[in-house]
Design a binder for this molecule. Structure first.
Ligand SMILES: *Cc1c(COP(=O)(O)O)cnc(C)c1O
Length: 642
C-alpha cells in the first residue's frame, strides 16, 4: 500500500490566490472582494460590514422565481461613483483655489434605462448633477426626471424645431438647459424659435479640438469628427450672435474628444486647448460662464493602470486636479473669472454599477485520447519519433521539437492518405501530437516572452464552457469592438481552478464567444475555471457592464432582454433588499419585436394540430398537451431554463 499523497492535494489555494489570478483588486476599485467562504462579494462601502455575497443574491433571485441570466444593479455603487466624482473635483477646486464650481451631467446615451436615470437624479441631487441629452427622446426622458433647477441640462446632437422648442420651454420653467450648436444651420433655427416663443436661449458651442486622444473609442473627437465646429466656424457663430444681439446668450463651450481616454496627457492637451478657446470667446464679448469638457474619463477594465486602451494611466483625483489647475491657470493669466466646470462622464459613473450573472450549462473539455503503454512493434519510424519528442521535450528544445512534431504529424497524414499507415496508427499519431501540444503549452505559459508561433496555442487547447447568455444581447462591445470585461466565477474561490476555458454563449453564431480576458500584462486568451460538479450550478459574473451594453445589445437569435434585478445594501447591517425586478423578454415579446403576432402564430399552430387530430396522428387530449407546450414556450424566458 502506498502512503504518498499526490502533490496537488497538498497545495493550498487561498482567496488571495483567486484574487490575484482574476485581478479583483486591480479592476474592482474596492467594490468587489472575495469573502472567507470563497465567494465573490459586493463591498460598496469598502469594508467587510456591507459585504454581500453574489451567490446569496443569486439564491435570492432564484427563490423569487427568476432564472439566470440576470443583470444585477447595485444602487449603492452608483451612489458611491457620483459622490466620488464630486468629492474629487471639490478637493481639487479647494486645493487649487479655483473660483468656480463643478457640476457634472450624466450622458443619457450611456445607460437610458428609467430606473438608472431616476437613481442618478436622486443620488445627484445634493451635488446638482444633471443630464446630457443627445436626442429628442433623451431630452424628454431628462425633462420628465429632473427636479433640480441648479443642475444643468446639456443638449447635444442634431436638433430640429421640436427639440429646440422643448429646450427653450425648459428654460422658461427655470431649468438650466443649454442648446449646444454642433452645426452652423442650427443657429438660425434657434434664433428664430427663440424669437417666436419669446424665450431667450442658453447657447453653447461645440468645438472640434485639434488635440486628439488615442484609444478605441476616440474617433468621435479631433478635427475629423463629424460633430462640432472648427475655429473659423466658431468665429462665424460669434459674429452672427453679435449681429442678432444674442451674444449674451452664448454661455457654454463644449468639447468631447472621445470616450475611454487612456492617457492623461491627451486629457491635459484637450483642456489646455479648450481653455484657450474659452479665453478667446470671452475676449470676443460672449457672456460664457460654463466650460463643458465632455466625457472620456476612462474605466480601468483590465486593472493594469496603464495607457492600454482597456485601462487608464491616471486616477480620478489626477483627472480632476489636471482639469482644475489647467483651466484655473490659463484663465487667471488673462484675468478672466473661472467658469463652472461640467464634465459628461458616462462610463466612469455607471460601469461598476451592473454585473451580468449567468450559469454554465456544460463544458466540453479538450483532452487528447489516452496513450497506450507502448507503441506497436510495426509503428512507422516517424510515429516513433513523435513518441520520442513527447518523452523528451523540455524548455530548451521546445521550439525545435514543436516544429518536428508538426512536420511528422503532417508527413504521417500523407502516408495515411496513400494507404501506408492504418487508421488505428493515424489515431495514435493525432493523440500523440495533441499530448505534445499540451506539453508545449505548459512550457509556453511559463515563458516571459512568447514567440509568435506559439500565439493562440492556449486557445486551441482550451475547454469550452457553454454560458447561458448572449454576447450580442448582454456584452455587445465584447463582440463589436473586442472590449474586455472582467469575468470570473463568483464562488468556489478557495479551490484552485484546474481548467482553462473560453466561453461560448447560447446563440448559434460562431462569434458568440469570449476569448479575451483581463490580465495585467496584455490579455489572456483563456480563463481559469473549475471543473463542473454534477448537480451543482457553476455561476460566473461579467463585471463593469453598466455602460453602453444594455441598449446596444440586440436580439440576435431572438435572445431577448435578460431579467434585471436591483439591490440596495444597508451600510449598517449589510442586509440587501430587492428594490426593483424587471422580468426579461418572453419568447412572445421578442417575436412581436420582429413583427410576428404571437396570437396568429398560436392560431396557425392550432390548425396544424387540429389537422393532425383529423388525420388520427394525435388524439384530442394530445392536442391539448401540445398546445400547452406551445403556450408555455411563448410565455417562457428566451434563455435556457432548467
Ligand atoms: C458618449 C458621450 C459622452 C460619454 O463619454 P464617456 O466616455 O462614457 O464618459 C459624453 N459626451 C458626449 C458628447 C458623448 O457623445
Amino acid at each position: 500500500m502506498t502512503t504518498s499523497i499526490k502533490k496537488e492535494a497538498l497545495e493550498q489555494w487561498s482567496r488571495q490566490d483567486s484574487a490575484d489570478l482574476y485581478g479583483v483588486d486591480n479592476w474592482g476599485c474596492g467594490y468587489f472582494d472575495i469573502n472567507a467562504k470563497g465567494e465573490l462579494a459586493v463591498t460598496p462601502f469598502g469594508n467587510a460590514k456591507g459585504s454581500v455575497s453574489l451567490l446569496d443574491v443569486v439564491k435570492g433571485i432564484q427563490e423569487r422565481g427568476m432564472d439566470m441570466p440576470v443583470l444585477l444593479r447595485i444602487s449603492n455603487i452608483l451612489e458611491s461613483r457620483i459622490k466620488l466624482l464630486h468629492s474629487s473635483f471639490q478637493k481639487a477646486i479647494k486645493e487649487a483655489g479655483y473660483q468656480g464650481v463643478y457640476k457634472g451631467v450624466f450622458p443619457i446615451k450611456v445607460n437610458q434605462q428609467q430606473q438608472v436615470i431616476e437613481d442618478i437624479a436622486k443620488f445627484g441631487l445634493e451635488y446638482h448633477h444633471g443630464f446630457e441629452a443627445g436626442s429628442k427622446a433623451e431630452l424628454i426622458a431628462a425633462l420628465g426626471t429632473m427636479k433640480d433647477r441648479e443642475a444643468c441640462l446639456v443638449c447635444n446632437g442634431y436638433k430640429d424645431e421640436e427639440f429646440i422648442d422643448l429646450a427653450l420651454y425648459a428654460n422658461k420653467l427655470g431649468l438650466k438647459c443649454f442648446l449646444v450648436i454642433e452645426m452652423l444651420s442650427e443657429l438660425d433655427v434657434i434664433a428664430e424659435r427663440s424669437k417666436v416663443l419669446g424665450i431667450k436661449p442658453r447657447i453653447g458651442v461645440r468645438i472640434k479640438l485639434s488635440s486628439r486622444a488615442t484609444g478605441n473609442w476616440t474617433e468621435s473627437g479631433g478635427d475629423r469628427s463629424v460633430f462640432g465646429l472648427n475655429t473659423s466656424e466658431i468665429i462665424w457663430v460669434v459674429d452672427k450672435l453679435r449681429d442678432l444681439g444674442l451674444l449674451d446668450c452664448l454661455q457654454l463651450l463644449h468639447y468631447h474628444i472621445g470616450s475611454q481616454i487612456p492617457n492623461i496627457r491627451d486629457i491635459r492637451a484637450g483642456v489646455q486647448e479648450a481653455s484657450r478657446v474659452y479665453v478667446g470667446l470671452v475676449e470676443e464679448g460672449a457672456k460664457m460662464g460654463y466650460l463643458d469638457l465632455g466625457g472620456g474619463l476612462a474605466v480601468d477594465y483590465d486593472g493594469s493602470h496603464t495607457n492600454y486602451h482597456h485601462s487608464r494611466n491616471y486616477t480620478i483625483d489626477e483627472y480632476c486636479v489636471d482639469i482644475v489647475e489647467t483651466v484655473g491657470e490659463t484663465l487667471s493669466a488673462k484675468g478672466i473669472s473661472h467658469p463652472t466646470l461640467i464634465t459628461e462622464s458616462g462610463r466612469a459613473t455607471i460601469a461598476y454599477f451592473s454585473v451580468l450573472l449567468f450559469n454554465i450549462l456544460e463544458a466540453t473539455k479538450f483532452e487528447p485520447a489516452e496513450l497506450p503503454a507502448e507503441l506497436p512493434e510495426d509503428a512507422n519510424d516517424m510515429t516513433k519519433e513523435l513518441l520520442n519528442i513527447y518523452n523528451t521535450i523540455n524548455t530548451r528544445n521546445l521550439q525545435e521539437f514543436f516544429h518536428d512534431a508538426i512536420y511528422y504529424r503532417d508527413e504521417l497524414r500523407i502516408l495515411f492518405r496513400n494507404g501506408r499507415i492504418t487508421l488505428r496508427e493515424r489515431g495514435l499519431v493525432e493523440g500523440l501530437f495533441w499530448h505534445i501540444m499540451v506539453a508545449v503549452n505548459r512550457h509556453v505559459q511559463k515563458m516571459k516572452y512568447v514567440p509568435d508561433e506559439f500565439e493562440g496555442l492556449d486557445r486551441v487547447l482550451a475547454d469550452t464552457y457553454y454560458a447561458n447568455f448572449s454576447v450580442f444581447q448582454s456584452l455587445p462591445d465584447s463582440w463589436a469592438i473586442k472590449q474586455i470585461f472582467p469575468i470570473m466565477p463568483i464562488h468556489r474561490l478557495l479551490e484552485r481552478p484546474t481548467r482553462e476555458g473560453i466561453l461560448s454563449d447560447i446563440t448559434c453564431d460562431c462569434d458568440g464567444k469570449i476569448e479575451q480576458f483581463v490580465d495585467l500584462h496584455d490579455v489572456r486568451h483563456t480563463l481559469p475555471l473549475h471543473d463542473l460538479h454534477d448537480n451543482e450550478e457553476y455561476y460566473l459574473g461579467a463585471f463593469l457592464v453598466g455602460a453602453y451594453q444594455e441598449t446596444l445589445g440586440d436580439l440576435h437569435n431572438l435572445l431577448g432582454d435578460t431579467n434585471v434585478v436591483s439591490i440596495t445594501i444597508d451600510p449598517v447591517d449589510g442586509h440587501f433588499e430587492f428594490v426593483k425586478e424587471i422580468e426579461g423578454d418572453s419568447v412572445g415579446d421578442v417575436l412581436s419585436y420582429v413583427e410576428y403576432d404571437p396570437k396568429l402564430l398560436r392560431d396557425s399552430f392550432k390548425r396544424k394540430a387540429e389537422r393532425a387530430v383529423r388525420e388520427h396522428l394525435i388524439t384530442p387530449a394530445e392536442r391539448r398537451e401540445i398546445m400547452e407546450a406551445f403556450e408555455n414556450g411563448i410565455n417562457g424566458y428566451t434563455y435556457f431554463e432548467r
